[in-house]
Design a binder for this molecule. Structure first.
Ligand SMILES: [Cu+2]
Length: 139
């Protein structure tokens, strides 16, 4: 009886450690949603949380139509700005890869930011989507 309890304790400790390790590896993500002009939605996910200044931060943008189907054929141009002051041009390149529009962002100052996406759909007018980032923290 005593041995069994001891083993159970070890098992729980191992599960706890595993949960902790996988949690640390996957939890750091900043996800921002914005509505699209056709009634669909846009999702911007940075692979870090909280976001930090002067740090190369990979991101992925997913676009969905009003039925929830992914939009794959668009071309995106991004502009990163701060809502309350002029900042130098910041236009991370975006490429379609593995089911998302991907790039790497660098925020040059702490505070609130906006990611403006100009989205070209074949045969349609350009769409504009803005993602609001509440806070980028000092590194
Ligand atoms: Cu600024």
């Amino acid at each position: 009886m005593k041995t069994r309890q001891f083993k159970l304790g070890h098992l729980l400790a191992a599960i706890g450690l595993l949960w902790l390790l996988t949690g640390v590896a996957t939890a750091a993500e900043t996800r921002i949603e914005a509505p699209r002009s056709d009634g669909g939605r846009a999702v911007l996910a940075f692979s870090d949380a909280p976001l930090k200044t002067m740090t190369e931060t990979p991101f992925a943008i997913e676009l969905y139509d009003v039925q929830g189907n992914p939009v794959r054929e668009a071309k995106l141009q991004l502009s990163l700005t701060m809502p309350f002051m002029p900042m130098p041009p910041n236009h991370p390149e975006v490429v379609w890869s593995e089911g998302a529009y991907r790039g790497v962002a660098v925020f040059t100052m702490a505070g609130a930011w906006q990611v403006h996406a100009a989205i070209e759909h074949p045969g349609a007018v350009q769409e504009k989507v803005t993602f609001d980032i509440e806070m980028v923290a000092m590194q």
